[in-house]
Design a protein around this ligand. Sequence first.
Ligand code: DUC
Ligand code: ZN
Ligand code: ZN
Ligand code: ZN
Length: 468
Amino acid sequence: MFDILIKGGTIATAADVFAADVAIKDGTIVQIGRDLGEARETIDATGRYVLPGGIDSHVHISQPSGEGIVMADDFESGTRSALFGGNTTIMPFCLQRKGEGLRAALMDYHALAEGNCYTDISFHLIVSDPSAQVLGQELPALVEDGYTSLKVFMTYEDLRLSDAQILGVLDTARRTGALVMVHCENEDAIRYLVGLHEAEGRFEPRSHASSRPIAAEREATHRALSLAEIVDTPLVIVHVSNREAMEEIERARARGRKVIGETCPQYLMLTADDLDGMDWEGAKFVCSPPPRDKESQAACWDGIERGVFDLYSSDHCPFRYEDEHGKLNPRGRENFRHIPNGIPGVETRLPILFSEGVMKGRIDLSHFVALSATNHAKTYGLYPRKGTIAIGADADIAIWDPEETRTIRHADLHDASDYSPYEGLTITGWPVSVLLAGKLVLAEGKLIDESRNGRYRSRSRSPLARKS
Ligand code: DUC
Ligand code: ZN
Ligand code: ZN
Ligand code: ZN
């Protein structure tokens, strides 16, 4: 006797699309086929797609973001929103505080997450202070413990690492088999341009975009790839916003480098013009890198279609708009440089890709599955336990109604921000039911299980980052 049988749907994996039933027992997919037998509970998936639960490998939850600034989502609201968006695993960042170790930060994030998650979670580390102790002892031990990826920043005064520090991190990553993600923007160039904007009295949100030009991202992307080449380490270039940065990735690949590219909904759907607007409304769209122009949007779609991007993540980084702790904090409402960087999007990521990508014929359903789940699992060491519909995999499944048409309204979303950057966008194709480890948590758009059974998952090393 199975626990659950999902009957009559169309299954899609990153490789195949086929009609079959899925049988689940003890949280695992145990059979795929026809006439599988009896189950305690049957879910009718006629007319629907049965897909691996989404994996969003780039989200920020409860991350300290500057004096007086508070991220809108905690683990409860962030994972609830992720679940409604068809996700079963998210990967938030754990930020190292300067002068402290990585373990200390991890203890805090684990304490915040424990018992509060509607989806599974797994942490990336952010290395802000690569001391000898961190690189020599902590990081190698943490990789052994299943924290197998980390991010470094080339921008933000308080987070950026020097090229020498980045080389040290990359070299440690190569020796230990960790996978490094890089935020590529040239901090010195940005600081110079911010100064020019301030000198000219251009304090409004739009100046955020013009002080972080494409050339600053392209240059840093080139530099990060060069540093990785120097110490022979694979690299993930996160949140790529434009063609010139994409071309750096392609050139590095042509030289034989292992590089993963990631883009996000904001670079497919928004432009710098969104940072204009009455009453500082443009603050709602302030993220880094900033949204660019129509040509860059087309380039990022092209990068999705051609496989320049293996990863499509939300970069969910939610701040409330009307809040003295968010976008309109007292300093932020006077000067763009104090507007916290980041926008919400964990719930709308997959519906946007489905509607704009699959329904508009830019990508097929298997490519959608690869970009929404499989490639994230493969890149970050969760595959094949997660990211596919296969016998033996976790029964993390999202059932999609490809015909449901709804317009995005923040009032209908489940995060703790107070706006969506995509308000008013009409979407065809929504996830309607979600199973986490074989338990139906979301059923026909209703949260039916509030027990927050999401678990922390340690990960294997990325296949890209073998020890050497
Ligand atoms: N980088 C991110 O990855 N997210 C939000 C802000 C940032 O700079
Ligand atoms: Zn970043
Ligand atoms: Zn991010
Ligand atoms: Zn407040």
